[in-house]
Structure formats: C-alpha cells, structure tokens
Design a protein around this ligand. Structure first.
Ligand code: ACO
Length: 367
C-alpha cells in the first residue's frame, strides 16, 4: 500500500525583542531607506541571552504538536535544521527531545544552511513513505544574531532569530509531500561561511581577534546564485508532482531578500500575490523562515485544506531545494492531548535520569 507523509501540525516562536533598521543605524553606517530598498527588511526579532536555539525550537515544536494533537511519545524522529546549533554536539534535536519528553525517537540536526528546513522535510517524508516511521517533528530554529558581526553593515542588517516546526504523519490517504528536490554546489562554499569554530580553524585568540567566528558573505554572488535557482527548483518539483503552475495556490520561498523573491516571481511569470512574503518583519531567519511564513499564511487564512503549495529555498553550501505539498491539515482525533502534562512528565523524567546517572557514576566510578 502506498504511504503518504502529511503535514498535520505547525507552530512558530519568535523572540519578543524587535530590532528596527533605525536602531541598527545607530551603531553601523547604514540607514532604514538603504536596507528597505535593497532587502525589503524593516525589522527583525532578536533573542535575549536566555532564548537559545533549542528553547525556540521547543516552543515551536510544542505548538505544532498541539495543532496535530500528537503525544511526544508518538514522535519517532526529530530533525532540527539549524545554522546556529547550541553546540557542535550534542545536537539541538537531542535537547528538544529531552525537553518535550519524546522518549521513543531518534533525534539529529542537519546543516544545510537556509535550505535546511526543506532538506529536513524531505528526509522526514522519505522515512514516513518508506514505512520506517509514523510521525516526525521537523524544526527550523535559529539564533543567528549570535553569529553575526554587529560591526559589519553588509551582513548584520539581514538576519533575525526565530523558529518554526511541522509535524509530519503517515497516512494511506493521498496528499502531503508530493515531490521534493535537494541540490548542492560546494564550489560556492566560500561565498557564505563562518570560517572558524569547526575543526578546520578551531577557536583561538587569532580566530576571535580576526572575526573569523562570524558570518562572512559575498552578498552579490549569493544574490546571483539565489535568483538563478529559485524559479527552476520550483518548476522541477511542480512537474515531478504531476502538477502545473496554475495548480499551485501559494509559493512559500525562503525569506532572505524581497528582491530575490521578486526575481523568482518574474522567472516563474507569476504575480507576487502568489508568494508568501514576511521578510519585512523577520529578516532572514535561515532555516526558520519557511515554516514561520507558512504558519502566518495558515493563521491568516491564506492557505486552506486541499490546496497545493511549493516551499523553495537556498543557502550556504551552496545548497538549494524545493518541495511540492498538498495541504491537508490535522488528522481527525478523538481524544485531546494535554501537552502541559507531558511537559511536566518530561521534566521529571529528565531530572530523574540525570540523578540516576550521577548516583551510578558515584557507585561504579570507584571500581
Ligand atoms: N548600508 C548602507 N550601505 C551599504 C550597506 C548597508 N547596510 N551594506 C553595503 N553597503 C554599500 C556597499 O559598501 C556598497 O558600497 P560601494 O558601492 O561604495 O562599495 C554599496 O552599498 C552596494 O553594495 P552591494 O553589496 O553591491 O549591495 P547589493 O545591492 O548587492 O545588496 C545585499 C547587498 C542586500 C546583501 C544583497 O547582495 C543580497 O541580498 N544578497 C543575498 C544575500 C543573502 O540572501 N544571504 C543569505 C543567504 S541564505 C543563508 O544560507 C544564510
């Protein structure tokens, strides 16, 4: 029997603190008019020190599970797509797994920069369609404000913090993720990079002194690359899904720059109204930008059941990808799941496990 991977839950979380263009103009040589004209960005949300990538991811995930009405123990796989993980390891996905109390699942991060959310949706959908899992939690979460050089006007104006999450579930009913494509071109790896902090250039006084632990970008080249791939990737997944462009109700592109989205619309010969655009309020939230835009489209009623959409993005790597999705929404369920109860249980379980590990270490560590 053919299995399908439906998106049955969605949620987002953004920090409260909003940073406007005018505020940025107070500490670097820029101005609101330049930023708006070149990027379309008006403001972005910035995490406070307590708001980590894992925390935003957990908040978005809990909302998505609430919409899908699934228990954390139903989740078989957690994928966090992030360009700003809390650590190189453990993965941010494992931190989310512990916080939500998903006791029976695998958890891992993927790093495909801003295309990461599409990569994660593809991996989760394939795992569901193959029959190996039933339910997946896919999250895009970022605190890129911590990796931005706030003295570099060419990059600090672009990025923002936030998280978005989807629940994907198996069904025999046709629909869900219809087709997807993932691509990469590592020859452009140097166009957008954080040079230090990995094994190539480990953190050192030299790396920090030379700002090598911050985002570095060749904006013009990334712009050219992005405008080349967006339209083509969209057309490819629409064709692979057996659809035509006129069957697509909405396109949800990665929110990096208003002008890049305009160029994609021109390439596809579609009016801008067919695109979900919220870059003016969030900036580029990397892996979180597509799920945040989609959450807003759903909440505002722009996306309804039985409509087709395309998600499409690009990012460092270079990477790009797209997916065509038939939107169905939550599965009907009889009993309401109270997420707060599972939250309390998750916290108690986590504390108990840590304590047990300490006691065991104390007993066996002496042998
Ligand atoms: N304020 C004022 N002037 C500025 C600023 C600023 N914030 N930034 C650059 N300038 C100046 C430059 O110094 C340059 O001056 P010069 O002509 O005297 O040298 C001038 O403005 C033009 O600079 P460009 O880089 O040519 O500006 P451009 O029109 O290309 O816009 C931008 C720059 C917005 C970064 C654009 O190239 C872009 O959006 N690129 C894509 C970036 C992107 O999407 N990155 C995310 C990828 S996703 C991921 O994986 C994270």
């Amino acid at each position: 029997m053919t299995r399908y991977a439906h998106i049955t839950g969605w949620g987002m979380s953004v920090p409260e603190r909003v940073l406007t263009n005018d505020e940025i103009a107070q500490f670097v040589d820029t101005n609101d008019a330049w930023i708006r004209e070149r990027t379309g960005i008006r403001e972005r949300h910035i995490a406070n020190p307590e708001e980590t990538t894992g925390l935003l991811a957990t908040q978005a995930a809990l909302k998505a599970m609430e919409v899908a009405n699934v228990r954390p123990t139903d989740v078989d796989m957690i994928i966090v797509a992030t360009s700003s993980p809390e650590h190189l390891f453990p993965s941010t996905a494992c931190l989310v797994q512990d916080r939500i109390g998903a006791t029976d699942c695998g958890a891992f991060d993927i790093l495909a920069a801003c295309s990461g959310f599409i990569y994660a949706v593809d991996i989760a959908a394939q795992a569901i369609k193959s029959g190996s899992i039933q339910t997946a939690l896919v999250i895009g979460s970022e605190t890129l404000s911590r990796l931005v050089n706030w003295r570099d006007r060419t990059t600090c104006i672009l990025f923002g913090d936030g998280a978005g999450a989807f629940v994907l579930q198996a069904s025999d009913e046709p629909g869900g993720v219809l087709s997807s494509m993932l691509r990469s071109d590592g020859s452009g790896g140097d166009l957008l990079t954080i040079p230090a902090g990995g094994s190539s250039i480990p953190a050192s006084p030299h790396s920090v002194g030379n700002d090598l632990h911050f985002i570095q970008m060749n904006g013009r080249e990334v712009y050219r690359f992005a405008t080349r791939v967006m339209a083509k990737a969209t057309e490819q997944v629409v064709e692979a899904a057996g659809l035509k462009m006129e069957d697509i109700h909405l396109i949800v592109p990665h929110q990096a720059n208003y002008r890049i989205i305009e160029a994609a619309a021109r390439g596809l010969k579609l009016p801008l109204e067919r695109f979900v655009i919220n870059v003016e309020r969030y900036g580029n939230t990397s892996t979180a930008s597509i799920p945040i835009a989609l959450c807003e489209a759903i909440e505002s009623g722009r996306l309804q059941r039985e409509q087709n959409i395309v998600i499409v993005g690009f990012g460092a790597g270079l990477t790009w990808g797209a997916a065509a999705i038939h939107w169905t929404g939550p599965f009907p369920s009889e009993k309401k799941v109270y997420q707060q109860r599972y939250q309390l249980l998750a916290r108690a379980r986590s504390i108990a496990r840590r304590t047990l590990r300490r006691v065991e270490g104390w007993i066996y560590g002496r042998k």
